[in-house]
Write a protein that binds this ligand. Structure first.
Ligand code: AMP
Ligand code: ZN
Length: 485
């Protein structure tokens, strides 16, 4: 924590003191009051996905976390500078320097030759999908930097060279390694005792490693990669985050985020690299999200229990239903995904939209302060307690204690923190369909069933029947759209 900021407090540009915000820091293991290094400015880095396929909805959870934190900080008066890196080339080694590289796997899946050009093209394709997915979740992508690791190779080489000059790196026939025994306090984040017990296997594969936890900084490859003082090859996976965060945000970050699987190795390695060079605290607040699980297990491509945002949309859900689903759980709690749970979130959001439309009308979109607003802000500022904040929102909207203007004021705050389109709810198909008479809905459903089971004759007959009743059906990529004639 920044002592100066702690003693003297941070001020907004208008001179008003910033409200207190608390975050749980993985390093101290405690909930801490947040103080930025520079008054009113927050430097935030979130580890990005590897672009070997579309990001599954579990992969999206860290960016929901950073977006929720950004909204809370921005509403409190901070300016936030944020970076999400894009891992767009393979390292021919994984997290623990063993197994197959994800990008190589991705190219094989797409039946593409292992070339640098194909790697970059595949990565760009999935980067676009990723950014579109974030935008669909109402994450403000316009104000996020998405640096590509392949654009920072010379900086990564320079970083490794400095580590070598400072005596933190050594060469073996398998490449350049970081010497973790040289870094005092290595593994301080989350405690990696368990991890090092599993290192035996790695030690065998890379027998020239001096210590079990040592990790690769440069991996030679005679066929591919970039030229370097250590021959052609690739930077190790961990170095890109240390390098790009330094290039874009500086040597000390306020907040660094990612999924909890990154704590043991990746983030400890980032600390070892960055602090060896700067001699300063690399990150002041480490924040990690718990997993999204499916069928009791971490959702992951290797297990195969994954769902993509495209699946969510194909099933007719609004992407914001997924956003609502995420907000129902605290970021440090595992979140169990099922289609039923998503359907429940979707219908809750539909009800919220309906309620907010009513309040908009009653209050004429004028807002007033209330105790509920204070409680709501206290909840989101208390380590982003979104489930509690949602509870306060629901209770207050349903209560007779609050005037419509007070409810509208609360909705304005809720929208700023949640990004659920509460102030201008979209007209969704579910709502439009729900507003049709029951017998018409029944005809639409029967026609949809006939159409999906390719009984086009029956589908056409039902379309005609609907037409006779005054309703016109159009098929769109995400379901039928009904218009009254
Ligand atoms: P990767 O592409 O595997 O590097 O993952 C990108 C981000 O998603 C990292 O921050 C991971 O920690 C996170 N992540 C991966 N799987 C899950 C999951 N099932 N639930 C939550 N976060 C995850
Ligand atoms: Zn990282």
């Amino acid at each position: 924590m920044n002592l100066w900021g702690y003693l003297f407090g941070s001020k907004r540009k208008d001179g008003a003191p910033l409200p207190q915000i608390f975050f749980t820091d993985t390093l101290s293991g405690k909930k801490e009051i947040f103080v930025s290094q520079r008054p009113g400015l927050v430097l935030m880095y979130t580890c990005g996905p590897t672009m070997y396929g579309p990001a599954h909805i579990g992969n999206l959870r860290p960016y929901m976390l950073s977006d929720t934190a950004v909204r809370a900080l921005t509403e409190a008066g901070y300016q936030v500078r944020r970076v999400i890196n894009i891992t767009d080339f393979g390292h021919l080694v994984t997290d623990g320097d063993s197994g197959e590289d994800k990008m190589t796997k991705g190219l094989r899946r797409e039946k593409l030759a292992l070339t640098m050009e194909n790697m970059r093209t595949m990565a760009e394709k999935y980067t676009m999908v990723f950014i579109d997915d974030l935008a669909a979740l109402n994450i403000d992508v316009e104000h996020i930097s998405f640096p590509r690791a392949s654009d920072y190779v010379s900086e990564q080489i320079a970083f490794i060279k400095t580590l070598e000059q400072k005596g933190y790196a050594y060469r073996t026939k398998d490449g350049v390694y970081y010497d973790t025994s040289r870094f005092i306090g290595y593994g301080k984040l989350g405690g990696i005792a368990l991890e090092s017990q599993q290192e035996g296997a790695r030690m065998k594969a890379y027998s020239e490693k001096r210590n079990p936890a040592d990790f690769v900084l440069w991996k030679p490859d005679p066929r591919l990669g970039w030229e370097s003082p250590w021959g052609r090859g690739f930077p190790g996976w961990h170095i890109e985050c240390s390098t790009m965060s330094r290039s874009l945000l500086g040597q000390e970050l306020d907040i660094h985020m990612g999924g909890e699987d990154l704590i043991a190795i990746h983030h400890n390695n980032e600390i070892a690299q960055s602090e060896a060079i700067s001699g300063r605290t690399f990150v002041h607040y480490w924040m990690h999200n718990a997993f999204l699980t499916m069928g009791g297990e971490k959702a992951s491509k290797s297990v195969g229990n994954v769902v993509y945002l495209s699946d969510v949309k194909e099933k007719g859900f609004h992407p914001l239903a997924l956003r609502y689903f995420f907000l129902q759980a605290h970021y440090r709690t595992p979140l169990s995904f099922s289609w039923d749970a998503l359907a429940a979130a979707a219908s809750a959001l539909e009800r919220l939209w309906k309620l907010s439309s009513e309040v908009a009308e009653e209050a004429g979109r004028t807002s007033a302060p209330s105790e509920a607003r204070d409680q709501f802000l206290a909840a989101v500022r208390d380590d982003l307690a979104t489930p509690q904040a949602l509870g306060i929102l629901w209770d207050s909207l349903k209560s007779d204690e609050y005037a419509p203007e007070e409810k509208w004021g609360l909705l304005e705050d809720a929208e700023a923190h949640f990004g659920l389109c509460l102030l201008n709810p979209p007209v969704t198909k579910a709502r439009a369909l729900a507003e049709l008479p029951a017998d018409i809905r029944e005809l639409v459903a029967r026609r949809e069933k006939a159409r999906t089971s390719k009984d086009f004759e029956e589908a056409d007959r039902l379309r005609k029947e609907l037409g006779d009743r005054g309703y016109h059906v159009e098929d769109s990529p995400d379901g039928p759209v009904i218009k009254s004639l």
